[in-house]
Design a protein around this ligand. Structure first.
Ligand code: PEP
Ligand code: MG
Length: 755
């Protein structure tokens, strides 16, 4: 049963259109449940009625024509109750209504299940049998599962249709403000690594580019295959006896066969389709023709075609990033924007980012902030409807305007120029230390993963690099970097910031940061094999990081090291021991060369709530603590930081998070351990004020926040901010925010909060 269900779901989700998805669903469901009829009725809310949208069992003429007002008949009954209805004999039910044109008089039993998405009724899924007998419980759960799958397909298709039909968006589209700033530019849609079954059939307005992209993909697949075959033959495998070699030879013949590639090209040209869609059409047809007949050998060839198709799709999706016009500014739009994609696109053309998935603290959002690019995440939108259209993107408010008229564009350009002015104002003071009006020194450092384009004269005025995310350079490789390669990029970074301390964090992968060459599936990745958990299980990775960092810092002595995602004392102990081992080894090398190595300061991140309760046990093992407020918020509130559905629940201003932060500051003082904050909260004006009130004085943030935070920090009276915070005692956060807002008005700094 489970296999049948999975097959139907795969068919539904992979269908190129809603019509096909429903047709596939009714036929396969009828078959699987041995029913005599299966139908889908879709709601038309404005007309307050259901329309028979697909059926296997009712008269084909009725499909698309028959309508039932809401509340009418058994379908209406299921809809109004939004509950499953299972009847042995439908004809005796008081709500039964006979519709002669459907020819349903022969059916007795009835099982109807509502199709609903996020509380919105979209339709009703029905199965019927001639026999008068209730459907059993397994049929019920089968139908409920199918209805849930169909719901997401219907919701998505409806939105797509509405947008395509209307070709207009009424008013701004809202999402989650993820990176401040605004821009006006053309949307450019990115399609991720594609799965043949899930490729949509999408038209293109730029046939020549699609043909060119396809040719490049063919060339690259050919190259890959040639390299593979060369490697196989060099590895000593005998050509004639090697089955693997044969397989690749067949692949190579196929990709070199101009009738195959020519057919795909002509589908692109004649039907005006995206290259990925043409690959899907041609390869699916070929596979179908092979699976319906012939010997098992021939049928096997359909597997080869799927593999070739998948290789082409993978190249096609990768080539998109390189195909972005280097002279046209654009807003990147994608189902899921990843951090690595952002760095692949030249920063000079990347003006903004829109992602359907993700939230304010997913790593793509953090990356966008560190690149100072406005971003909106969690936007419920069919991305392909935006391709090529002009957008206003407001990352501060989390809004997108599609096809803005001239006046709106002008308005936004004016706002953009005003906030540029404000930023310039703040940047003029960039090199001055942040000392509050009551004389408190605040250290403001940088969070980075790449050697961001900062001017040298600015770098030396930074108070440090508080967080170097070592996973970022790892994300940009095709395989695990060697020690030498790592030493190369650590050394480049440490040298670029040679006059200030740099805190390098060991690899923090897992969760929403998966290395493309080291993927693993977990049902609950945020609580899974992340950060120090993974590297302690793969000690060679941790050791090689330590050694490369130590070697890179040899002549510079500006390195500190910290470990992410710490949950237990033992993790800190083991990570420290490994650092000592690495230190000994690299020290000996250095001594042999007549140099003395300095042991870097070693810190543990506080990101998991358990740390709050074991700080006293961890303190003797570390020189400092660093708080990752992004994860700390996620784990205290049990809210996935990347999940847009629960993003309204994710707030570092939640009293529980703030009280934890206050307590960590108190404990650090008691334990006499340095503590700094490197999560996103300290890059927000009110966040910084709260943290300062708790006693924190060392912050590290994205480049785009530094000037603003310094500017504000130099003007506030921390004594007064502390007094407001203490009086409130974190009991009424909105009231405290109100008070902070009043204080900003008084200082003339309101724009620095709002913008
Ligand atoms: C954090 O969790 O706050 C943090 C700084 O680490 P990351 O965002 O890289 O997980
Ligand atoms: Mg973290």
């Amino acid at each position: 049963m489970l296999t049948l269900l999975r097959k139907i779901i795969e068919g539904v989700m992979g269908a190129p259109s809603l019509g096909e998805a429903m047709r596939c669903l009714v036929t396969k469901t009828k078959e699987s449940l041995r029913a005599d009829c299966c139908s889908v009725y879709l709601a038309e809310p404005e007309e307050r009625r259901f329309r028979l949208a697909a059926s296997d069992g009712l008269s084909p003429d009725a499909v698309g024509r028959t309508v039932l007002p809401f509340g009418d008949g058994l379908v209406g009954f299921v809809g109004s109750r939004q509950e499953l209805v299972n009847l042995a004999d439908a004809t005796v039910h008081p709500c039964f209504k006979y519709l002669p044109e459907t020819g349903e008089d022969c059916y007795r039993s009835f099982l109807g299940v509502p199709i609903a998405d996020q509380g919105r009724l979209l339709g009703v899924l029905v199965i019927q049998r001639r026999q008068s007998r209730r459907f059993d419980e397994s049929d019920e759960s089968f139908m409920v599962t199918l209805a849930a799958q169909l719901a997401s397909k219907v919701a998505h298709a409806q939105m797509l249709n509405r947008i395509r039909e209307e070709h207009t968006f009424s008013g701004p589209i809202r999402g989650i403000p993820a990176s401040r700033g605004r821009c006006v530019a053309r949307a450019c849609v990115w399609y991720p690594q594609l799965d043949l079954d899930h490729v949509a059939i999408s038209p293109t307005e730029d046939v020549p580019t699609q043909v060119e992209l396809f040719r490049q993909a063919v060339f690259q697949v050919q190259l890959d295959l040639d390299t593979l075959m060369l490697r196989i033959s060099q590895s000593g495998v005998k050509k004639e006896s090697s089955e693997i070699f044969e397989i690749f030879e067949i692949y190579s013949m196929m990709i070199n066969d101009s009738s195959f590639t020519g057919k795909i090209e002509s589908v692109i040209r004649e039907r005006g389709l995206m290259a990925v869609s043409a690959v899907k059409i041609v390869c699916t047809e070929l596979m179908e023709s092979l699976t319906t007949g012939g010997s098992s050998y021939i049928r096997e060839r359909s597997v080869d075609i799927r593999d070739i198709a998948q290789r082409l799709l993978s190249k096609l999706s990768h080539n998109q990033a390189k195909a972005f016009d280097p002279d046209s500014p654009m807003i990147l739009v994608a189902e899921e924007v990843s951090a690595s994609l952002l760095v692949e696109i030249p920063s000079k053309i990347l003006k903004g980012v829109i992602s359907v998935k993700g939230s304010v603290n997913s790593h793509a959002a953090i990356m966008a902030r560190s690149l100072s690019i406005p971003a909106v995440m969690g936007v419920e939108i069919p991305v392909d409807a935006l391709d090529g259209r002009t957008l206003v993107l407001d990352g501060t408010r989390g809004e997108i305007i599609v096809d803005p008229n001239q006046a709106v564009q002008e308005e936004y350009r004016e706002v953009i120029s005003r906030s540029r002015h404000m930023q310039e104002l703040a940047e003029k003071e960039f090199c001055q230390p942040a000392v509050s009006s009551d004389g408190q020194r605040i250290l403001v450092g940088l969070n980075a993963g790449l050697n961001v384009g900062m001017k040298d004269e600015e770098k030396c005025h930074l108070d440090g690099v508080g967080l170097y995310r070592s996973e970022i350079p790892f994300l940009l490789q095709n395989s695990f970097p060697t020690e030498q390669e790592q030493q190369g990029f650590y050394s480049e970074f440490l040298t670029a910031f040679r006059n200030i301390p740099v805190c390098m964090r060991t690899l923090d992968v897992g969760g929403d940061k998966q290395l493309p060459y080291f993927r693993y599936q977990e049902s609950n990745p945020a609580l899974g094999w992340r950060g120090i958990r993974m590297t302690l299980d793969n000690q060679s990775i941790l050791l090689s990081q330590y050694k490369s960092m130590l070697r890179a810092a040899e002549d510079l002595n500006n390195l500190n090291i910290m470990i992410p995602m710490v949950t237990a004392v033992d993790e800190v102990r083991r990570a420290r021991e490994l650092l000592e081992t690495a230190f000994q080894e690299v020290s000996e090398e250095a001594r042999a060369a007549g140099r003395e190595l300095v042991m870097p300061k070693f810190g543990a991140m506080i990101e998991v709530p358990s740390m709050l309760f074991i700080m006293e046990d961890v303190a003797p093992l570390v020189d400092f603590f660093s708080i990752g407020t992004n994860d700390l918020t996620q784990y205290i509130l049990a809210v996935d930081r990347s999940n847009s559905r629960v993003s309204q629940l994710y707030s570092p201003y939640h009293p529980a998070v703030l009280r934890a932060l206050r307590e960590i500051a108190r404990k650090s003082r008691e334990l006499d351990r340095k503590v700094e904050v490197c999560g996103e909260l300290c890059g927000e004006v009110f966040g910084m004020m709260l943290l300062a009130a708790f006693g924190y004085r060392v912050f590290s943030m994205n480049l785009s926040s530094i000037a603003r935070i310094r500017y504000v920090a130099r003007r506030i009276d921390i004594g007064r901010v502390t007094e407001m915070t203490d009086r409130n005692d974190l009991k009424d956060i909105p009231a405290l925010m109100q008070e902070f807002t009043g204080y900003m008005d008084e200082l003339g700094l309101q724009r620095f909060v709002a913008d």
